[in-house]
Design a protein around this ligand. Structure first.
Ligand code: NAP
Length: 453
C-alpha cells in the first residue's frame, strides 16, 4: 500500500464514511483510519441499535394491549437476552456492510488509531497509547472522529453505564436509574420502561428535553409518569457506592436512591484524545474543533465534520457536512451544508419530532404578538378500541405577517416520519394557507396538520 494520499479521513463513522466514499467517487486517492469498529457511534452504539431496541420494546408493549383487537396469546413472554443478541448480530452485519462498501468505493481502510505527527502526516498505532506502526501522508486531512459519552466526575462514577454499555448487556436488571433529561436519557427511560423495567429518572433541571418546545416535553413527562417512570427533578447524583447489581446513589438533596444499575446520559464530548492536534497546530476551543462554513479548521488543508465540531450532533448533519466537503474539494461542486431547519426526533414513547422554531424561541425572536399558534390534541384511531396510551399532540407555529410556517412539532405515533415530510414544505417556505389547501388523507394522524383551525 502506498503511503501518500489525496485525502486522509480520521474516523469511519457517519461523517467520515460519507466524505471518504464521495471523495473517492471523484477519483481521489483516499485512506480512512479507524481504531474502533467501522460504522461509528450511529451504527455500532447509537441510532441503529437504539432504534432496534425501540422496536423490540414496542412489540412487547403492543402485545399487552392486543386483546382489544381480538388478538390473544398464550404463554407470552419477553426474552431480553434474545433481543440484545439479535440487535448485536444486526450491528455486526452493518459493520461488515460498511467495510465492504468502502472496499467497493476504492477507499483504503487503515485499521488503527491515527494521530498527527506533523500537519500533513498521520501516525498509526494499534491502540490509543501504543507504539507507532506506520506513517501515512495526506494533501488534505479530514477529522471525523466523533464524540464519546460524558461521565460526571463524582466518586464511584465508574460504577455507572454510559449509552455505549447499554448495547453490551446480556439482559437488563429490574431497576435502572437514568441520569439526565436529554435525548439519550428519555429514549432509554422509555425503552427500559416498555420492557417492564422499573425506571427512575434523575434530572438536575426542572424539565425534560431542554431546547425542544415545552409542550412536547410536558406531553412526554405526562406519559412517562403515567407509564410508571419515577421522575425526580432538581437533583443530581453526587456519589455512587456498592457494586454492580446493588448500587446506592447519593443525591444532592442528601438522600439516596437504591438501584441495580445506573445510566449516565449526561451529554457527549468530542473525542480529541490522542489526536496530537498540537503537532498540526489545529486550534481547539472548549474541547471541540471550530470550523468555518466550508468545514475548514484554522489550518487550510485540515477539515473537520460531525460531532468533533460539537455544533449539531446528529448523524444526517455529519453525513451532509462530509459530502459537502467532498463535493467542494474533489467534485468541482462548491457547496455548503445548510444547518438551518434541522429536523430532530426523540424515539421515546410517544415519539417526539420537531422542525423549526419552538414556541419559546419564536416568541423571543419575533415577539408573542407576531406569531400565531395552532394546536391539536386527540386520541389516535389506533387506540380507539382499548382507549389507552398517549394522545397525539400537533403544533404549528406561524408568522402573523405572512402566515409562513416557522415551526412544526409533534408528539405521537410516527412523529418522526411525519415531521420528516413536513420539513420539506417548511424548507420551501410553505404558509398556513398552503397547509390548508392540501387535501387530507383520511383517516391519518398527519391530516390534522392540514385541517387545523
Ligand atoms: P443531551 O441531550 O445534551 O442531554 C444531556 C442531559 O444531561 C441534560 O439533561 C443535562 O442537563 C444533563 N446533565 C449534563 N451534565 C450533568 C451532570 N453532571 N449531572 C446531571 N445531569 C447532567 O445529551 P445526550 O442525551 O447525552 O445526547 C447527546 C447528543 O447525542 C444529543 O445532543 C443529540 O445530538 C445526540 N442524540 C440524538 C438522538 C436522536 O437524534 N434521536 C438520540 C441520542 C443522542 P441540562 O439540561 O440541565 O443541561
Amino acid at each position: 500500500m502506498d503511503h501518500s494520499y489525496d485525502l486522509i479521513v480520521l474516523g469511519a463513522g457517519s461523517g467520515g464514511l460519507a466524505a471518504a466514499k464521495r471523495a473517492a467517487s471523484y477519483g481521489a486517492k483516499v485512506a480512512i483510519v479507524e481504531g474502533d469498529r467501522v460504522g461509528g457511534t450511529c451504527v455500532i452504539r447509537g441510532c441503529v441499535p437504539k432504534k432496534l431496541l425501540v422496536y423490540g420494546a414496542d412489540y412487547w408493549k403492543k402485545i399487552t394491549i392486543s386483546e382489544s383487537f381480538g388478538v390473544s396469546y398464550k404463554d407470552v413472554h419477553l426474552n431480553m437476552e434474545h433481543l440484545l443478541v439479535n440487535v448485536r448480530e444486526e450491528v455486526d452485519r452493518l459493520n461488515l456492510l460498511h467495510i465492504d462498501l468502502l472496499k467497493k468505493s476504492g477507499v483504503d481502510l487503515i485499521d488503527g488509531w491515527g494521530s498527527f505527527s506533523d500537519p500533513k502526516s498521520i501516525n498509526i498505532s494499534r491502540d490509543l497509547t501504543g507504539a507507532i506502526e506506520r506513517r501515512i501522508e495526506g494533501n488534505q486531512i479530514l477529522i471525523a472522529v466523533g464524540g464519546r459519552p460524558r461521565r460526571p466526575s463524582i466518586p464511584g462514577s465508574e460504577l455507572g453505564w454510559v449509552s455505549d454499555d447499554m448495547f453490551l448487556q446480556k439482559s437488563f436488571p429490574k431497576h435502572v436509574l437514568v441520569v439526565g433529561a436529554g435525548f439519550i436519557a428519555c429514549e432509554f427511560a422509555c425503552i427500559l420502561n416498555s420492557l417492564g423495567i422499573q425506571v427512575t429518572q434523575l434530572i438536575r433541571g426542572s424539565r425534560l428535553l431542554r431546547g425542544f418546545d415545552k409542550d412536547l416535553a410536558t406531553a412526554l413527562e405526562v406519559n412517562l409518569k403515567s407509564n410508571g417512570v419515577r421522575i425526580v427533578f432538581g437533583h443530581s447524583p453526587i456519589a455512587i457506592s456498592g457494586s454492580p447489581g446493588d448500587l446506592k446513589v447519593s443525591t444532592s438533596d442528601n438522600d439516596f436512591i437504591a438501584c441495580e444499575a445506573l445510566l449516565f446520559a449526561t451529554g457527549r464530548s468530542p473525542f480529541l484524545d490522542g489526536l496530537r492536534l498540537d503537532l498540526a497546530a489545529v486550534r481547539t476551543e472548549n474541547n471541540r474543533i471550530p470550523v468555518d462554513l466550508d468545514q475548514c479548521t484554522n489550518v487550510p488543508h485540515i477539515f473537520a465534520v460531525g460531532d468533533v465540531t460539537d455544533r449539531v450532533n446528529l448523524t444526517p448533519v455529519a453525513i451532509e457536512e462530509g459530502r459537502a466537503f467532498a463535493d467542494s474539494n474533489y467534485g468541482k461542486l462548491k457547496r455548503r451544508c445548510n444547518h438551518d431547519l434541522v429536523g430532530k426526533a426523540v424515539f421515546t414513547e410517544p415519539e417526539i419530532a420537531s422542525v423549526g422554531f419552538s414556541e419559546e424561541k419564536a416568541i423571543k425572536v419575533f415577539g408573542e404578538e407576531n406569531i400565531k399558534i395552532y394546536t391539536s390534541c386527540f386520541r389516535p384511531s389506533s387506540q380507539a378500541l382499548h382507549k389507552q396510551g398517549p394522545r397525539c399532540f400537533l403544533k404549528l407555529i406561524t408568522r402573523s405577517e405572512n402566515q409562513k410556517v416557522i415551526g412544526c412539532h409533534m408528539v405521537g405515533e410516527c412523529a418522526a416520519e411525519i415531521i420528516q415530510m413536513a420539513s420539506i414544505s417548511i424548507g420551501m417556505g410553505a404558509t398556513k394557507i398552503d397547509f390548508d389547501k392540501t387535501m387530507a388523507i383520511h383517516p391519518t394522524i398527519a391530516e390534522e396538520f392540514v385541517t387545523m383551525r
